[in-house]
Ligand binder design. Structure first.
Ligand code: SF4
Length: 292
């Protein structure tokens, strides 16, 4: 059962009984939800990514595969309904890893939290695991905590391509299995490209305030468990806003949907949009989402 707490107008943390209440009480929120009928043209897909998903590590595949990929991308562009929602929330770190180098920099540290009367009962014995509080979600994750070090606010985002790709893939798997495989790869590349597009908007928005973004970090990366998608679903009202729900096994429906946390900081980091996996600094960057 999640405990919801927010930084309220008084500047103090308050505990709230529900995501709805937390949302009402939170300050410094930017909320955007849009449906982009024209957005399909804005999604810039790199076909090399599709070839990579199809197992072509280097070079270009045979001409017939290239043609099939182009045709699948065209078909997908007609069928997708890209949507997104994101909001900005304060992030608090309640407990920290002993011995970590300045682990609570930028966060309200444990003493602050105690002063503010938010000592969560029964949590003392779990001190070794960092506890992040974002939009009422309590997250225990060393890897996310490391990624967000120095951040005072984070964006929670969710993006989807809609049900179109799932329908196309289901149809093709009955009649034309190889096309279904290509559609699967192309739609995986497309949702990543759509997330990059939304991420760019967030980066621009942060830059307008002189702030920088960390690379987006999704449930499932490192020890940031998939179960947190349930909290995302409630906090961002994903079903109502962008038509995304969760199955019992925590898979998102439509399947080409993504949730992520994007840290915002005043410290310039020079992060690359495509993430830590392709960043040259990854091997010695303290905030990298690789590892763990
Ligand atoms: S590895 Fe690169 S992209 Fe990842 S946090 Fe560090 S600088 Fe940013």
């Amino acid at each position: 059962m999640p405990v919801f707490c927010v930084k309220a107008e008084s500047g103090w943390l308050e505990r709230c009984g529900s995501a709805e209440r937390a949302k009402q009480r939170a300050v410094f929120i930017i909320y955007i939800c849009e449906n982009f009928p024209m957005a399909t043209d804005m999604i810039k897909i790199d076909n090399k990514e599709i070839y990579r998903y199809l197992g072509y590590r280097r070079g270009t595949p045979e001409p017939e595969v290239v043609r099939a990929v182009d045709s699948c991308v065209e078909e997908l562009r007609r069928e997708v309904t890209p949507r997104y929602v994101y909001r900005l929330y304060p992030v608090e770190s309640i407990f920290t890893v002993p011995g970590a180098e300045n682990p609570e920099a930028g966060f309200a540290g444990p003493e602050n939290i105690r002063r503010q009367g938010l000592l969560l009962s029964g949590r003392r014995e779990e001190k070794q695991i960092p506890l992040l509080c974002i939009a009422g979600m309590e997250i225990r994750s060393r890897s996310l905590s490391r990624n967000l070090r120095g951040c005072e606010n984070v964006y929670l985002m969710a993006a989807t391509l809609g049900i179109g790709p799932d329908r196309l893939i289901a149809r093709a798997s009955v009649t034309h299995m190889s096309r279904a495989v290509i559609l699967q790869a192309a739609s995986a590349a497309m949702i990543e490209a759509w997330c990059d597009e939304v991420n760019q908007r967030i980066i621009k928005e942060a830059a307008a305030q002189g702030l920088y973004c960390r690379p987006r970090f999704s449930p499932g990366y490192g020890d940031f468990r998939l179960e947190y998608q349930q909290d995302f679903a409630q906090i961002l009202r994903m079903q109502k806003e962008i038509g995304v729900s969760l199955t019992e096994s925590l898979l998102m429906m439509p399947s080409k949907s993504v949730t992520a946390v994007i840290g915002v900081t005043a410290q310039k980091q020079g992060c690359v949009l495509h993430g830590c996996e392709v960043c040259e600094k990854s091997s010695n960057c303290a905030f990298s989402r690789n590892g763990d």
